[in-house]
Design a protein around this ligand. Structure first.
Ligand code: 1HE
Length: 257
């Protein structure tokens, strides 16, 4: 499959989606956000994990600011809703998404990274929300997703002061799930994706689609939904086979890495 400004490739059960506008630091134009939605909506059957990467020295410079100058309030509202729809397909699409982050992960680029399930940052990555200094606001779901990762107070500080966090600091505050050496992010993300692709599909589904919903429920409702999901997962033949493999000593034990 070919898409404008995105490279798409399959490696077994892992799909590699690479933002490919390096001359513009992978800034996300209206065309690119639509393409991103199309890529995730048309993911081939059999894809069990996705690696999301950016070509060049930066993961993503955020919104393409050159398109913003002529937009009125109504168009701005629909533009933001378009981002919401696209990033919903990333977060609640067919398979877990592992972002390989390097260089700038800023503005809408950070909003995109926040919609991914795991973020592998190489040492060159840095996080910032320059919206404050540009006179705009987040519009790609960042106001909902980022406080859940780093807390409202940190997001307030980032937006008011333009504070930048390094990849290493990002690990402490909850942005970098993994921290690796420069240029090692893609390889690590792919390794994790291959491991994730080997999980029972129903478990991955529950983690992606049910767990975040439970996390926003009142506890008593959450316990009930957890029990239902647990019952469905354990009844699956895949779970039975995996449990038998462990009990009959064919499956690996849990080890210290
Ligand atoms: C862009 C963009 C962009 C680069 N929109 N064109 N995001 C920002 O405020 C971040 C703005 N970008 C930067 O701060 C820097 O470009 C970077 C730190 C990301 C990279 O620096 P550098 O020195 O490697 O590249 P550069 O020379 O600044 O940029 C190369 C080209 O990309 C240049 O264009 P050229 O025609 O002069 O070659 C830049 O203009 C262009 N470029 N970033 C448009 N963002 C859903 S709402 C989300 C709201 C936001 O995301 S606000 C945050 C926007």
């Amino acid at each position: 499959m070919t898409f404008p400004d995105i490279h798409f490739e399959l490696q077994g059960a892992v799909a590699i989606v690479r933002l490919a506008r390096p001359a513009k630091r992978n800034a996300i134009s209206d065309g690119l956000i639509r393409t991103l939605r199309d890529v995730f909506e048309s993911m081939p059957d059999g894809v069990r994990a996705v690696v999301l990467d950016g070509e060049g020295d930066h993961f993503c410079a955020g919104l393409d600011l050159s398109e913003l100058t002529e937009r009125d309030a109504g168009a701005g509202l629909h533009h933001s809703r378009m981002w919401h729809a696209a990033l919903e397909t990333v977060q609640f699409g067919p398979a877990p998404v592992i972002a390989a982050l390097h260089g700038a992960v800023v503005g809408g680029g950070l909003e995109l990274a926040a919609a991914c399930h795991i973020r592998v940052a190489d040492d060159t990555a840095f996080y910032s929300l320059p919206e404050g200094s540009r006179g705009i606001f987040v519009g790609g779901g960042g106001a909902v997703r980022l406080p859940r990762l780093i807390g409202v107070a940190r997001m307030v500080d980032m937006m008011l002061t333009g504070r930048t966090y390094s990849a290493e600091e990002g690990q402490t505050i909850g942005l970098s799930t993994y921290l690796v050496e420069p240029d090692k992010g893609f390889a690590r993300a792919l390794e994790l994706a291959e491991r994730i692709a080997g999980n029972a599909p129903l478990t991955n589904y529950a983690v992606m689609h049910v767990l975040p919903r439970i996390a926003t429920m009142a506890p008593q409702a959450g316990f009930a939904v957890e029990a239902l999901m647990a019952a469905i997962a354990q009844a699956d033949p895949e779970a039975k086979a995996r449990l038998r493999d462990f009990l009959e000593k064919r499956a690996p034990k849990v080890t210290r890495d």
